[in-house]
Ligand binder design. Structure first.
Ligand code: MF3
Ligand code: CO
Ligand code: CO
Length: 268
């Protein structure tokens, strides 16, 4: 069935369908795949070089120099005024931490490094957690569970599955493990722009939401908290999100492509 036929079929069933622009062409997919390869190499480079005693500004330097070397552009720099090339979020920072020379990684920290690469005009977005030295067992478990949440969501993802199944799977696992899911920030379509529709919820009811078609490219990036899911925005920099209760937060992010038969991870 072609796009129009699929839309007709699902709309007759009263199910929301993706817009035409959410379905990437072969050429666009290849472009995003290449951006993803660079993004993955940049995160691998961070993994090899991150250590206690370095500043988050040094991580920013690593990301920006490696991305350039590979022919890419760091999407965060200048994005809606974001001042650096990468997001670095430590401990109770949920996301959108801003690298700076005075923030030094220390033993016991957990840090998310979130890279987005533009290559040939195409975007890919992914993030990973890094454990610095000896980490508190609860924080370690949280990091593990946040990765499991993402991997479970991807494992369950299929063409013609429902959008909210992603969040259902994530929140069920997080809660079973005694943790909570941040609701305010979600995944997103990605590829032609940094943030595209649809919004990817990390919570919700199964068998609800838009039907997902092959050719869709989006991120899944659940933020899992140790304690309460409530968060607040840093009033000074207007970017960084923190847990309300000061508890740990952990996040992994992939860019995924829905294929005719399953899922291809384009950036991790
Ligand atoms: N990379 C983040 C995401 O996963 C967005 C960061 S926006 C920035 O969507 F401006 F802070 F880089
Ligand atoms: Co993202
Ligand atoms: Co990201």
């Amino acid at each position: 069935m072609n796009y129009e036929e699929l839309v007709k079929k699902y709309q007759a069933l009263g199910i929301k369908t993706p817009s035409r622009s959410m379905i990437k062409t072969k050429e666009q997919i290849e472009g995003i795949r290449q951006a993803g390869r660079i993004n993955t190499k940049v995160l691998d480079y961070v993994a090899e070089n991150i250590h206690a005693g370095m500043s988050t500004a040094e991580i920013d330097d690593l990301v920006s120099s490696k991305t350039k070397e590979l022919g890419g552009i760091c999407a965060p720099l200048g994005y809606e005024g974001f001042p650096r090339s990468v997001c670095t979020s430590i401990n109770d920072q949920v996301c959108h931490g801003i690298p700076d020379a005075h923030t030094i990684l220390k033993n016991g920290d957990i840090i998310n490094v979130d890279c987005t690469t533009i290559y040939n005009g195409y975007y890919a977005d992914a993030s990973r957690m890094f454990l610095i030295g000896n980490v508190d067992p609860i924080a370690k478990r949280l990091v593990e569970v946040s990765k499991e949440c993402l991997d479970l969501a991807v494992k369950n993802l299929k063409p013609f599955s429902r959008l909210r199944d992603i969040g259902y799977t994530i929140e069920r696992h997080a809660k079973e493990c005694g943790f909570s899911v941040v609701h305010e920030i979600g995944g997103h379509g990605v590829g032609i722009e940094f943030h595209e529709d649809p919004f990817i919820y990390h919570y919700g009811n199964k068998n609800t939401g838009m039907i997902l078609f092959p050719g869709m490219v989006f991120t899944i990036e659940p933020m899992i908290n140790e304690g309460s899911r409530q968060v607040f925005l840093d009033a000074e920099n207007n970017w960084t999100i923190y847990t309300d209760d000061g508890g740990w937060s952990s996040q992994f992010e992939y860019t995924v492509l829905l294929t005719e038969t399953g899922v291809e991870i384009l950036a991790h």
